[in-house]
Design a protein around this ligand. Sequence first.
Ligand code: SF4
Length: 193
Amino acid sequence: MNLTVNEIFYSLQGEGGRTGQPSIFIRLAKCNLACAFCDTDFETGNDLSVAQILNEIGRFGCKWIVWTGGEPTLQLNDAIVAFFKQNGYMQAIETNGTRRVPDGIDYIACSPKQHFDNLRALISRADELRFPMRKGDPLPDTAILPDAERYFLSPIFDGGRAVPENIDYCVELVKNNPRWALSLQMHKLIGIR
Ligand code: SF4
């Protein structure tokens, strides 16, 4: 079992419901969307076996993996998730919600970008739904969204810089729609990965 891996690094979860929790990020290459605001390099990668990845992440002393991308569901499958589970790892995934999430994932952070009318058909339940928002973007209709423990609005940054008008807009939306909460990209604010 091989994966094309863009990068592996150890840091703190920077956004959403697991913010601040130490995590091993495994960024898989490839994405099926092309979002205008995307600031992630996911085109390139090295082919690594799951055993090589296991060996690489063993040095971090942390038992939480975050599968990210790109879109990790393009490569991840049930058998790979089971392999890391058997080796003692808890696994979160950051997905754009356009594809089925493999069985065995412990925490699903779904961040839909576009075309999420049929999201429920692909993801019946998520631990969090997190929507990137610019000033003026409409609030998503929770009636058509999958069930989630938490619903976040995430103001879009300009590269590493916060955009006050996007933040102010999301703050007002959250105050007026208390089912939602604000998620800031903490890692960018404090200058970590
Ligand atoms: S889904 Fe994520 S990784 Fe893919 S293009 Fe959009 S922002 Fe970038």
